[in-house]
Write a protein that binds this ligand. Structure first.
Ligand SMILES: *Cc1c(COP(=O)(O)O)cnc(C)c1O
Length: 448
């Protein structure tokens, strides 16, 4: 088997996610034969450094021996069982461990099998809680501009990225969209915290006006990842928590992308010193191995559903693979790696290297901004730095960087004109350095 033969078979039958298949008339499809650590290897023997953690899921490298062993052990014991009326050790232990490390007040775990479904669960639970509490007029959600919460219709309704959303708009419900505090729009010389504080006024106004009809505010804490790795100051989280309490509105923290050490703390919410009413986790939850998601919620929300069956307050939501034991075993092995310590500290040190190595990018005549939160660094390509004029999206300059990097053995997958690094935590300082230099050369090529 070689790349060419497999690619031909692939393109005959596989319809790939988030892909214009016609692009593959000229872009090679890359079949991956195996992985190890930060590396992926194709059938022609080319190796690629996975600088985007395979869509932000991988934490401790591909084919991690410890996670592999945990899954194999579990597979020999129990692959799956219905989670209604039945339970199993991995899901019990995972719930206990998640609650132990999550922000305080989160006491119950509801499982699904992907991030979008976790968002759906949180939205439905919040709405249903208010209904159970005699507040059926609370039916709306507040979201941020430039937000992304997934691809299912409910998750898309509370998202605000025109690229993914616009086509389906007639199918989506209306939300109250508040301008994002993300700092790429701040004035020259204004610091993140001042800008973030200033932008909170919009949220306060929306809550004052609408709280009587609002179930919850949904946010991505600290980094709007799919929206171009746009970042804001943790002070927003503290201000939002206080305002949600004051206005009797739930706070949903979508930590699907930022959870599990990505931002320099285990969960991004910690940096604002807050506990949300719902925290959605997926992606890194299983170390990037298997589809699993979970919504953690409070005793108060749980109690809002706890009643005699005939009173019809039950949360009647399920997915076939809810709480799958193999996925739970992978998640437990992942948490075990965190628990043995040193990961967050090591990430902070690696984040510093990422910052140092990326700094020269900011001097590039066609890079508008280099921004960083923990182990996420993003550089935005821009046509005219002074006028802050972007490149027309039709020019697909990000794609040019993608192709250049692939040729050099690096997997980057820019979001439009935003080049970003979000590598597995097992990357080395030398690899980060090489990655930054390739990105720089790629940007150079793409902006010529
Ligand atoms: C990826 C992502 C989702 C959706 O998760 P899927 O598993 O792809 O459905 C939701 N919210 C955020 C912030 C994400 O990054």
């Amino acid at each position: 088997m070689n790349n060419h033969a497999l690619s031909r078979r692939d393109l005959a039958t596989v319809w790939h996610p988030c892909t214009q298949m016609k692009d593959h008339e000229h872009l090679p499809m890359i079949p991956i034969r195996c992985g190890e650590g930060v590396w992926l290897e194709d059938y022609d023997g080319n190796r690629y450094l996975d600088a985007i953690s395979s869509w932000w899921v991988n934490l401790f490298g591909h084919v991690n021996p410890r996670i592999n062993a945990a899954i194999k052990r579990q597979a020999d014991r129990l692959e799956h069982v219905i989670l209604a009326g039945f339970t199993h050790e991995p899901v019990i232990e995972l719930s206990e461990r998640l609650i132990a490390v999550a922000p305080p007040r989160l006491k119950h775990c509801f499982y699904a099998d992907n991030g979008s479904s976790a968002v759906e669960v949180a939205l439905k639970m919040s709405f249903h809680y208010w209904r159970n509490s005699g507040r059926p007029e609370k039916t709306r959600f507040i979201n941020l501009s430039n937000s992304y919460h997934g691809e299912t219709l409910g998750a898309m309704s509370v998202s605000d990225l025109a690229l993914y959303r616009e086509t389906y708009r007639p199918l989506l419900w209306e939300t109250i969209t508040v301008p994002s505090p993300e700092c790429s729009q701040r004035e020259d010389g204004e610091d993140w915290e001042s800008y973030t504080r200033r932008m909170f006024a919009h949220m306060e106004t929306a809550l004052e006006r609408h709280s009587h009809e609002v179930c919850a505010v949904i946010i991505e804490p600290l980094v709007q990842c799919a929206g171009g790795m746009r970042m804001y100051d943790p002070v927003y989280l503290a201000m939002l928590r206080e305002a949600c309490d004051r206005h009797h509105v739930h706070l949903i923290a979508d930590e699907i992308a930022v959870g599990f050490g990505r931002t320099g703390t285990l969960f991004a919410c910690e940096q604002g010193g807050i506990s949300p009413d719902f925290m959605c986790l997926s992606k890194g939850l299983t170390g990037g191995y298997l589809p699993l998601s979970v919504v953690l919620t409070t005793e108060a929300v749980y109690a809002g559903f706890y009643d005699d069956y005939s009173n019809l307050r039950t949360f009647l939501h399920s997915h076939s693979y809810t709480g799958n034991p193999l996925a739970c075993a992978a998640a437990l092995a992942t948490l075990q790696i965190f628990e043995e310590g040193g990961i967050i500290e090591r990430n902070r040190a690696l984040a510093k290297v990422m910052g140092d190595e990326s700094r020269p990018l900011a001097d590039h005549p066609h890079v508008g901004e280099v921004r960083q939160t923990g182990m996420i660094v993003a550089a935005e390509m821009i046509r005219d730095k002074k006028a802050k004029a972007p490149y027309p999206w039709q020019e697909r300059r990000g794609l040019a960087v993608y192709q250049y990097a692939l040729g050099k053995g690096f997997l980057l997958r820019p979001l439009g004109n935003v080049i970003y690094f979000m590598p597995p935590y097992v990357i080395t300082p030398e690899q980060i350095q090489a990655l930054a230099r390739v990105a720089e050369a790629g940007i150079d090529r793409a902006t010529r």
